[in-house]
Design a protein around this ligand. Structure first.
Ligand SMILES: Cc1ncc(COP(=O)(O)O)c(C=O)c1O
Length: 372
């Protein structure tokens, strides 16, 4: 038996949607399918202002430009995250101040991070690891008190929700000033490469569209609001082609079906591990579960290596990440030397198990039996 770690799921309508784009005769970005995707996000999650991007990385880079990151600014984020979370801000000259993870979850430890804020701090990046919400109420209070931006790195968080203490509930991506999603192959909803920038703070709306369109006011021109367009600000090629948007729309049309299937797989894993000694995901009470990934946390790196090898021999491909960014070759000399022990624990001992739409429940049983 061979069980890959990930297998992209195709709804069956992607070809048809992409053929429509080709028949329309406009395959570059910003056309009908881009608008239809953005409308989907408006209707489903109330993201009134969003822009499709080439990746979550691109959306984070746009966020860094929008909040005017300059050399000397400090940005706080978890060390346990993907390199793009940091790179987007380093590209604009920011100093990254890495925070530790919570002891119970790879997300930011909001109990201990307020001391990292200085007069130079401009933003906190809240990475919703595994699609599980960060403690947004604590982060929002910190941001209000110190006048900071909150950027949600929601790469893994599509269809995730946060429940506030008063019982109200909001989709992840709608809470910070800006938010970035990913539609990379390993995510719940995919377009190969792809992403979304959500603009919640209205003061960024006009500039976001300009940055998206290579620093020009072309979008205004297309809407007939100006007679010509030109270079008005910083920008880059952040918008994806209509082919990518068409692929994405086919996926979005089946979001509920995809989410239900992934949740049933996730729950099956969790039930099967329930009576074992393995540490399983600890989902905070204020967070929903979007079934982005299933992981177990082992005692140490030796135990993890042993299980990875054992699974490989049984035909099961597992994965781990991230190498802590504060210890990375590129950035360790700029880290201030603080020990981030929860981050290193997750980096050394978290193991991701296969989770994709076509994974059978009997495959899940085989994986769990092999590991136990
Ligand atoms: C937390 C986080 N941020 C950003 C990214 C970058 O996403 P993309 O590949 O769409 O650029 C990833 C990728 O998996 C991620 O996990």
């Amino acid at each position: 038996m061979q069980i890959p770690f990930n297998k992209p799921y195709y709804t069956g309508n992607e070809n048809d949607y992409m053929a429509q784009v080709m028949a329309n005769g406009k395959i570059s970005g910003g056309g009908e399918f881009t608008t239809r995707c953005q409308d989907f996000f408006k209707t489903k999650y109330g993201f009134n202002n969003s822009l499709l991007t080439n990746s979550c990385t691109a959306a984070l880079e746009m966020a860094a430009i929008l909040i005017d990151i300059k050399p000397g600014d400090e940005v706080i984020m978890p060390s346990y995250t993907f390199v793009s979370t940091a790179n987007a801000f380093v590209l604009r000259g920011a100093k990254i101040v890495f925070a530790d993870s919570s002891p119970l979850h790879p997300n930011l430890d909001t109990e201990t991070m307020e001391g990292l804020i200085t007069p130079k701090t401009k933003a906190i990046v809240a990475v919703h690891y595994a699609g599980n919400a960060c403690n947004m109420e604590t982060l929002l209070a910190m941001a209000n008190k110190h006048n900071l931006y909150i950027i949600e790195d929601a790469a893994q968080a599509i269809d995730g929700y946060y429940t506030f203490k008063d019982g109200s509930c909001k989709p992840l991506g709608s809470i910070g000033h800006l938010a970035a999603f990913s539609f990379h192959d390993t995510k719940n909803i995919i377009s190969g490469e792809g992403g979304l920038l959500v603009i919640n703070d209205e003061k960024f709306i006009e500039r976001a569209e300009i940055i998206w369109e290579k620093g020009t006011d072309r979008s205004k021109f297309i809407r007939g609001e100006t007679t010509s367009y030109g270079w008005v600000d910083l920008g880059s090629s952040f918008l994806p082609s209509e082919l990518t948007a068409a692929f994405l729309l086919a996926q979005l049309a089946q979001l509920e079906k995809i989410q239900n299937k992934r949740l049933s797989i996730w729950n099956h894993y969790n039930n099967l591990f329930a009576n074992s000694n393995f540490e399983t995901p600890n989902i905070p009470i204020y967070s929903s579960n979007n079934a982005q990934m299933y992981y177990i946390v082992l005692n140490d790196i030796e135990r993890r290596n042993h299980i990875i090898e054992h699974c490989k021999k049984a035909g099961i491909n597992t994965a781990f990440h991230y190498l802590p960014l504060h210890q990375s070759k590129y950035y360790n000399s700029q880290h201030d030397g603080r020990d981030l022990s929860n981050c290193t624990r997750f980096a050394n001992s978290l193991l991701r198990l296969p989770l994709y739409y076509d994974l059978g429940l009997e495959d899940v049983e085989y994986v769990v039996k092999t590991i136990i």
